[in-house]
Design a protein around this ligand. Structure first.
Ligand code: PEP
Length: 252
């Protein structure tokens, strides 16, 4: 049985006071939440403060990105061990905004995934197709190629440590959510890819989140699908009511 996992990607939003206030409120409201893993991923400059705000609670902290080298002359970059040092348990890697706006390739993402695992961080690895690719019927080819490239060289032990997030690019921040059926098909396809490359046990054990305009109103239908194990939430994670509303939808 896979334990659901709901994570909030705050992207480049909030200031320090707002980030800490939101984290404190979520930590308090999540006190009675059971049977689900929760995380928030603030901007990197607020990681330390947010980690302190949620310390000892049900809410873990993740980063939105990292560099693959552990240390050295890489101005502006942050290594995996540094993230772990300020209290991160997770790191989002290969988010579509990093792939399509910042130009990250599968090879870049793969190096980061391996470095994150080395530092005992759990990578949340994002894959997802563009609208033109979906219209061209290429969704599963794109997902398979991103999976192969971003997770190249991972052993069976290493794959067991990752979380995958299926995030159709056309659904991110657009309000245009994938239907539960569309998302479920891709999640099932991802399990098939893992079964072929690894084995059935791996395919059944890995958690696959859905991301793309998840809101309290559509969360129950998405999270109710057998192969959807949680959500990576952008916009709706910036308000305690909507993030908690998505968590509450798990129980429906
Ligand atoms: C995201 O950024 O990962 C995301 C899913 O954003 P939103 O929920 O706003 O579509």
């Amino acid at each position: 049985m896979r334990r659901p996992f709901i994570a909030g990607n705050w992207k480049m939003n909030l200031d320090r006071a707002a980030a800490v206030a939101l984290a404190q409120r979520l930590a308090k409201e999540a006190e009675s939440v059971e049977g689900v893993d929760l995380a928030v991923c603030p901007p990197s400059v607020y990681l330390d403060a947010v980690a302190r705000a949620v310390a000892g609670s049900n809410v873990a902290v993740g980063a939105q990105n990292m560099y693959h080298e552990p240390k050295g002359a890489y101005t502006g970059e942050i290594g995996a061990a540094m993230l772990a040092d300020v209290g991160c348990r997770y790191v989002i890697l290969g988010h579509s905004e990093r792939r399509h706006i910042l130009g990250e390739s599968d090879t870049d993402i793969n190096k980061k995934v391996l470095a994150a695992l080395e530092a005992a961080l759990t990578p949340i690895i994002c894959v997802g197709e563009l609208i033109e690719q979906r219209r061209a019927g290429a969704t599963m080819d794109v997902i398979a190629s991103q999976f192969a490239g971003s997770l190249a060289g991972l052993s069976t032990e290493q794959i067991a440590q990752v979380v995958i997030a299926y995030e159709p690019v056309w659904a991110i921040g657009t309000g245009e959510v994938a239907t539960p059926d569309q998302a479920e098909k891709v999640h099932l396809g991802l399990r098939k890819i893992m079964q072929v490359r690894y084995n059935e046990q791996v395919a059944q054990a890995i958690r696959i989140q859905y991301g793309g305009s998840v809101e309290p109103e559509n969360a129950a239908d998405l999270l109710g699908q057998p192969n959807i194990d949680g959500a990576l939430v952008g916009g709706a994670s910036l308000k305690a009511e909507s993030f908690m509303g998505i968590i509450a939808a798990l129980a429906k």
